[in-house]
Design a protein around this ligand. Sequence first.
Ligand SMILES: [Zn+2]
Ligand SMILES: [Zn+2]
Length: 343
Amino acid sequence: MRPSFRPQLINDPFGDPGVFVAFDQQNRALMFDLGENQSLSPRDILKTTHVFVTHTHMDHFCGLDRLLRLMLGREKTLHLYGPEGFIEKVAAKLGGYTWNLVNHYNHPFKIVATEVTCRQQTSRHFLCHEGFKPSGRLVRKTSPLVCLREPDFKVTAAVLDHRIPCLGFRLQERFHVNIITSRLAKLETEPGPWLQTFKKALYRNLPPETCMADLGPVPQTVAGFSLGRLSSEIATITAGQVITYIADAIFNKSNSKLMLELASGADQLFIEAAFLEADRQVAARKHHLTAAQAGWIAGKAGVRKMIIFHHSPRYLDRAQELQGEARRAYLQALGHRPGSTSG
Ligand SMILES: [Zn+2]
Ligand SMILES: [Zn+2]
């Protein structure tokens, strides 16, 4: 299976937390957290349409300036999501600069900041042309924890306890369209950008009798096919990809329940592992997870791949210990899941 989303840590596990999610075959990306991001190329930054910020501790939010600087003067909308109080923080950051010359820019750059709580979502607009003064106010009370819903995927949040509200996120593809290349070859058809058009039509639930030629430019060899017939010829539909991102949360009963839901069956779980279990008390005091706790969550949630990060600098030369501890807890919890046969 060729995954639709290619997530990668932005920094090494001791650097600022963050994951960059590139879309396969599309000039688009999402980001989780907004810390230091110099490792990303300007090209990658400019692909980013939506950024999901867990909370505004400096290591999770200081990278907004670089995005802002690269995107200024471009015709682009950047969507930012964060926890309670987020709009005020975005306004304060934008308010830290002088914007007297931006009304001459040709292209209207815009930021839409959305504050996510269990009760509601509130969005405000910050337009470059207006010197980034907040405008508009949209409140949505239905499904407040669904941050973003598109035909092929959605991003949902949970409000975790990090002594302050801190969001965890789950990116879930609705279903996955696998293209069987040998069948394409049988139809003497080359893969290409038209396959995106084909997939989009499936995600948009277009009627199966829709003619492929009506969807846009497609190879002559498939132009006469209906969407439904082509789908049964060249594609299989499987479960969608799931990516979970958890940074900064204390290990307690309510957080564990929420983290298990966020990570349930995920293909990739990115989870903080700030401390070793031997320093469990420090982790609790600072409202962070230990490597063993991260591993336990990953195993109990039945995730396929666990990636730990956001290690405390006190373990700079002990990364292997954190990895080993998380791995052992993961395998043990995985083995104790109902229905598991791995002992
Ligand atoms: Zn924090
Ligand atoms: Zn942090």
